[in-house]
Write a protein of this length. Sequence first.
Lengths: 472, 472
Amino acid sequence: MTTNNPPPSRPGVPLKTPKGTRDWVGRDALLREHIFQTISGVFRCHGGIPLDTPVFELRDVLTGKYGEDSRLIYNLEDQGGELCSLRYDLTVPFARWLAMHRNVKRIKRYQIAKVYRRDQPAISRGRFREFYQCDFDIAGDYDPMIPDAEILRVIVEVFDALQLDIAIKLNHRQILDGLFAVAGVPEEKIRLVSSAVDKLDKAIWADVKKEMVEEKGLSDEVADRIGEYVRRSGGIREMIQILKSDSELCGNKNVKAGLDDMDLLVTYLEVMGVADKISFDLSLARGLDYYSGPIYEVILTGKNQPSQVGSIAAGGRYDGLVGMYSKHPIPCVGISFGVDRIFTLLDARQNKSSSELTHEADVYIVAAGGKDYDGLLLERMAVARQLWDAGIRSEFAAKVKPKLMQQFNDSECVPLTVILGQDELAAGQVRLKVMRASDQETVQKDRGQLVSREDLVQEVKTLLLAVGPQQE
Amino acid sequence: MTTNNPPPSRPGVPLKTPKGTRDWVGRDALLREHIFQTISGVFRCHGGIPLDTPVFELRDVLTGKYGEDSRLIYNLEDQGGELCSLRYDLTVPFARWLAMHRNVKRIKRYQIAKVYRRDQPAISRGRFREFYQCDFDIAGDYDPMIPDAEILRVIVEVFDALQLDIAIKLNHRQILDGLFAVAGVPEEKIRLVSSAVDKLDKAIWADVKKEMVEEKGLSDEVADRIGEYVRRSGGIREMIQILKSDSELCGNKNVKAGLDDMDLLVTYLEVMGVADKISFDLSLARGLDYYSGPIYEVILTGKNQPSQVGSIAAGGRYDGLVGMYSKHPIPCVGISFGVDRIFTLLDARQNKSSSELTHEADVYIVAAGGKDYDGLLLERMAVARQLWDAGIRSEFAAKVKPKLMQQFNDSECVPLTVILGQDELAAGQVRLKVMRASDQETVQKDRGQLVSREDLVQEVKTLLLAVGPQQE
């Protein structure tokens, strides 16, 4: 068939996806789908409700939520009408949704969707400009630290389900802010110093101190006092003990309030059986402006894990965010899983098949025949119809007279073939044959078992149970 | 807990989603997920492979693909770097992917994703600016009309699975173009006239004719000749017969090629058992430039269906599109399902629950007790841990000392409660109670059966099998 009015070829169009983005196909897409199903299964186990929001928001909704990182927001062009931007995370859209639905006082919501950041991509480490987040958040006015403990429990359940060894770093925004105040950081510099401290997981103390003194304008002495605190981490109870023994620190009301939270939290975490996965790490700061209570990050542990992946989940309490949109603030706490980084890890663990996956089926319908062979196209279609009617994944060559070897090549990896021949069809029968890639010679000699058309669906189902469907 | 450095409240931020977009939550999101699962199940049954592409493409990739509708494309702001636009459909990204992967000669791919059009939204009719498409396409150099027939079969299977009564309108781009030529339309006006004819499903002939004559500059006579043809429709074989009997029409090589296709196609459709769902409708034109062979649209039939929904799926053959990106063109044929319109239909059919869904679980853990009642929070947590460990969807009130009635209110719609009391716990036991909204009085009198902690998980599983989990 020819094309009418063929459009002019445009050899100048660069054949690529935009910087920092990629396509996902076949096994990759199915593996990612498996990750989504695993994670959302845990969310649902904890009473989670799905939410889906538009990929872009009114620009004003995003303004003033991300501190220094606001420059990474993608804007839509002004084409008349409202000014919009692509979402930067799933937390702000959730807060906007809560502010819009004042009748919802309490919700556990989850969302699995792409977010957008004009960051420097690092594809090999799983860092993209378009990437998925899986978020689970608990909103509502509950007693302190009960939802926080459940979020940390959810984190542990998710990585147990994904069979990844992890550790959780925990800190508290109020303790950190109080600690900065006690060290002598002026109020207006606390967020700046906080984002410098946050780099301690990648940088050494000397470099972070240099940034504080030279860029943020702290005195040498104040920077050193900060350094004494933020280089401490350990078990939660142990760290609470250390901080409580510092009377100057505990005189600060923020530190005191944070320690009260941590006292409750550690008790709940022990009962929920996850305290041993968590360390109290005073260097954890988290860049985002909106955190107000406990904050946490998940890192990989165990052998053979690529250490450069960085944190694979992060979250915390953000009691003030909904109040930025509404006079009716709702306290919230949540976690966001970095699915693309998790994908990179699970993908590296899998044994990869060399062949690219471009079709997939459980049954392939083959035509065979002697010198009068006419391809049996309509007969193959009729058998396909029979199998499709029964919900069985089936394919056949879209050729009028396909060659026999071509059909067997096309059916590579498909566990069963139905072989049609003129004589068998005349007798109301077909041949059903189990294909095993490991033993090509036997397969070629085996002509398959004769099955009547009436019994075909049942026989196929029985054999598929025995040999297993094609792996997804 | 108080927020540090509370951000300034911004009462000026409008609390809404951008024009033509909406949020999806709870039952709505779950119903849509059900539609996705149903449709992708059919796709996989036909050997479909999933593909996911970025939400935006390089702008040049979209340029020149959508005719008049190009003005509806959303552009990203130029923030330095590449110029990008949001995808307008899933077909062009697929063609771009094929052009990038020259080793892939054949693929059946499906994609379920959002697309973006700056169109006038009509929310009540399910027309949005951000909406989902579900696409299934067969790419590859096959014998004529075999994949086309399979696509039409897929359409019928999908709507059977969704239990929606439909009819398919079928036409052929080459027949339409040839027919315009025979009627006397100059070559350069064929696309313009085609888009006028496409309005015949919503407008009467007199208005379409007026547009042709006054806006597109056709003579009265040419317009009338077009009118004689395009107001015809009927069964495929019947219409082929009528067209073949018109010798002037059949003298046109495009018409002849199109009729050869239709001859083959109707035979295959009959064998696949779907010909009776399809009418050959010469008024169907489809606006997009890239179609080159059969084109089709799906409309609802049956009683009580809102007729204003318009087409709920559409597609066709587009052999030239990949060649716009690559010197190695690949013939393609496909179908796109309008999921949001399908959602509107299925949602209207469901009996809606009045209560908004904001949590979901199979078990709710309740604390009860007399005057020494302390809320049993840690005990409730420990039972939740036990149930979560077994993968059972469980919740409890996030309060230290929740009131009994509050707990029963919060557990509305949850089929089972586990009731904790000090004395029972001391004996290693809890109470397990089936909740039935239909019989509140009996429920309140029934104190539940005593179960030991060791047997709890097994008893819960048994009861859930009997009463059924909370409906999703």
